[in-house]
Structures are given as structure tokens and as C-alpha cells.
Design a protein around this ligand. Sequence first.
Ligand code: TYD
Length: 209
Amino acid sequence: MKRGKFITLEGIDGAGKSTQLEKIAAFLRSKGLSAMVTREPGGTPLGEQLRTVLLDKTITMHPATEALLMFASRREHLDKVIVPALAQDKWVISDRFTDASFAYQGGGRGLDNEKLMFLEQWIHGDIQPDLTLYFDVSAELGQQRLNQLNATDRFEQEREDFFQRVRSVYLARAEEYPDRIRCIDASKPLPAVQAEVEEMLENLLLIHE
Ligand code: TYD
């Protein structure tokens, strides 16, 4: 049976990936495909409640708690949204997935990589995104963009060195999984970024046909 494709978007806070989300869905729909957008943490009623807790800057939590809540949200998301949609030949575009756990909880918070690999294997050993678009900006540029947006959730209030560590894990993973993760220079003007994204989607469409 034909199955839809699973696309995830990644990047440090302020990379501008959320701007691309709807544009990607619109592009795929213009090709006659059924595309849906979703996000992590979140994407289900329980996941959205976990998101509220995870982003609440008045709450502190152990890095392990943070990772477990991210994967709890992910398990629900896979079960209730992602897997059923793919089975119906829908294209699913998720604003973040497990690469974010390696980058933020691993790189940012210093959580042991092996624990994250165990969680990944346990929660979705059989499922990986078909394509991950990683929007790369420096920690400095990410922070500048966040300041303009006046955004400060529990992650966004972190300092520049936190985002440097997050970014270095993303870059390392992009090198480790070059077939799945495509690195996009998101410091470029929006039209140039969008053109690059569309080129990568065209390639994926060719494989799908
Ligand atoms: P984000 O996409 O940045 O939401 P918004 O654009 O609305 O601010 O995601 C929320 C935060 O969650 C982001 O700072 C990264 C963090 N996060 C993790 O730390 N680990 C994860 O596994 C996921 C999915 C997200």
C-alpha cells in the first residue's frame, strides 16, 4: 500500500522554521497531495497539555523529566496522529521530532546520549522521518531573532551557550544522517531559503512517484 511521507522541521529557536511549515504544506497541496501540519511537543490533546507544562518558565524540572515528557508527548502523537495519517497516504509535516530531543535534552541539558537512544528505540524504533529539514543559524542570530519576537518560553530564555550546544548536536546529526537530514542555511533571505526547501521537496516527490 502506498504510504504518505513523514517530514520533520528542526532548528534552534529563532531559526525561522515555523514560517516554513505552512509554506511546505501549501507547496505539497499544490502538487495534489494531502498534507497536514503538526508539532512537538504537542499535536494531541494530551501532548498539548504536556507542551504547556514543558514551556512554562515558572516550572523547573530535571533533564530526565524533560526528556520523558517529550517522549510521552511523542508516543501519543505517533499513535493518534502520525501513524494513522501516513497509513491514509497523507503527508505529515511535523514542527520538530526526536532530533530535537537529542539536540536540546542531549546537547543543551547534557543528558546521556545512550538514554535518549534507548527512548528513541522504545518509542519509535520502527519509524523515522523520510526527510528532516534542518534550518541552520548561529546561536547569535537565533537570539537576535528571538529578541525581535519578544519570545521567552522556558527554552527561549536560555543563554547563547545553550543554543550553541543545541546547534552543534544538530550539525553533528546532519553529518551522521546525510540521506535523511538536509541542512539549510537559514541565515539567508526568506525567498532563498524557500527555494532551497522546494528543491528538496521536489527530490522527495520524484522518489515517491
Ligand atoms: P518550538 O518549535 O520552538 O515552538 P515555538 O516556535 O512555538 O516556540 O518548540 C518548543 C520548544 O521545545 C523548543 O524550544 C525546543 C523544545 N523541544 C525540546 O527541547 N525537545 C524536544 O524533543 C522537542 C520536540 C522540543
